[in-house]
Design a protein. Structure first.
Length: 358
């Protein structure tokens, strides 16, 4: 199967080889040095300040979203949440569950966040800002400059879910003054699902350390403490951490995060520039390099997903809920090439010829 979803995505050869090996014991100096290097490279690729920290949680991306919310905010905070799709909605649900006072900037699916959306919230007593820089459900990529200056002006803790965007879109944690950046193993890191990671600014580390977290597993204090020696409080997904290590080293050897972002951008641009003749509308106003969301004008998006899966051996990414029949997505992350794009475009052309994509 060719996999054009947005996670899990296709892994490279080395990552697959490691997946076939025995999982080693991990309370060793050897594993600690792997983990310290993982932290160093993740910080470098996130463009975090030197004094920032990165911790690795065993759990999917949502575990880190929940950990960030629980460790940074409580009922004395007031948080602004950008909700432009299902991942923004998840932050809203987390605030509700954890009794964190919040207001929601609700955006129609696939539309940009603009200064006018934030204007009513200036100097309004907020303490934090939650955003998914890539709203993966629509492929929307928000304007980080706008968000960053709003947060600086209003002295907000800025939490950025970059789960689908990390390594696919440019991101500069220090320049944006972001306090938290979240990523996950199964997106552009192109490893199996099971690990998510959180990069914390120095001041976010201090805030976490001064607060009580009412959850043992997601308490970032113990993750930070153990991480100092390259360890984790509990048994992590050891194999995936080794795969992440191999992948980070590969990216570094191939020119670092800039090369990886431009490789992904080129793949996305190649795909987008070659589907103009098809009855498919591109959804978001500003697109992440990670994903293209498409609205078939006269066909069910979910039917297209099913036919591509069953008859062509390819996965595109269906949408959930009310968008299921309206939108499907094509990912550009993972071990994909322009030849793979050609294979998918040929299949879409064939569906067009058959009158299914009409
Ligand atoms: C994939 C993704 C997540 C995490 O989802 P999990 O299924 O928990 O890994 C969160 N936010 C965004 C923007 C994502 O793309």
């Amino acid at each position: 199967m060719l996999n054009f979803t947005i996670g899990p995505v296709m892994s490279g050869e080395r990552v697959c080889e490691i997946g076939a090996e025995q999982v080693p014991y991990f309370r060793t100096p050897e594993f600690s040095s792997v983990m310290l290097e993982n932290e160093r490279l993740v910080k470098r690729f996130a463009k975090a300040e030197e004094s920032a920290r990165a911790v690795f949680l065993t759990g999917s991306g949502t575990a880190s979203m929940e950990a960030a919310v629980m460790n940074l905010f409580d009922e004395n905070d007031r948080v602004l949440v950008v909700n432009g799709g299902s991942f923004g909605e998840r932050f809203v649900q987390l605030c509700e569950l954890h009794d964190i006072p919040h207001e929601v900037v609700a955006l129609p699916f696939g539309t940009s966040l603009k200064a006018e959306h934030l204007a009513p919230y200036e100097n309004a007593g907020f303490t934090g800002f939650l955003v998914n820089v890539g709203e993966t459900s629509s492929g929307m990529h928000y304007d980080m400059e706008l968000i960053s200056s709003f947060c600086r002006r209003n002295r907000l803790w800025l939490v950025v879910d970059a789960i689908s965007s990390f390594l696919a879109d440019e991101f500069d944690m220090a320049a944006y003054g972001a306090d938290v950046m979240i990523a996950g193993s199964q997106k552009a890191l192109a490893c199996p699902p099971g690990i998510s990671l959180i990069v914390l600014s120095e001041r976010a580390v201090q805030r976490v350390e001064s607060r009580r977290c009412k959850c043992m597993y997601l308490d970032l204090k113990s993750a930070l403490k153990n991480g100092e020696r390259g360890q984790t409080p509990f048994t992590p997904a050891v194999g995936i951490l080794l795969q992440i290590h191999a992948r980070l080293l590969e990216i570094e050897a191939a020119g670092g995060v800039e090369s990886e972002v431009s490789r992904t951008a080129a793949l996305a641009e190649d795909f987008r520039s070659r589907i103009g003749h098809l009855p498919l509308e591109m959804v978001p106003e500003s697109m992440s390099n990670a994903v293209t969301a498409l609205h078939p004008l006269n066909a069910s998006a979910y039917d297209l997903f099913t036919i591509l899966k069953d008859e062509y051996g390819m996965w595109v990414c269906p949408n959930g809920g009310e968008m299921a029949h309206k939108v499907f997505r094509v990912g550009h992350i993972g071990a994909l090439t322009k030849e793979d794009n050609t294979t998918l475009i040929n299949a879409l052309n064939d569906l067009h010829k058959r009158g299914i994509l009409k």
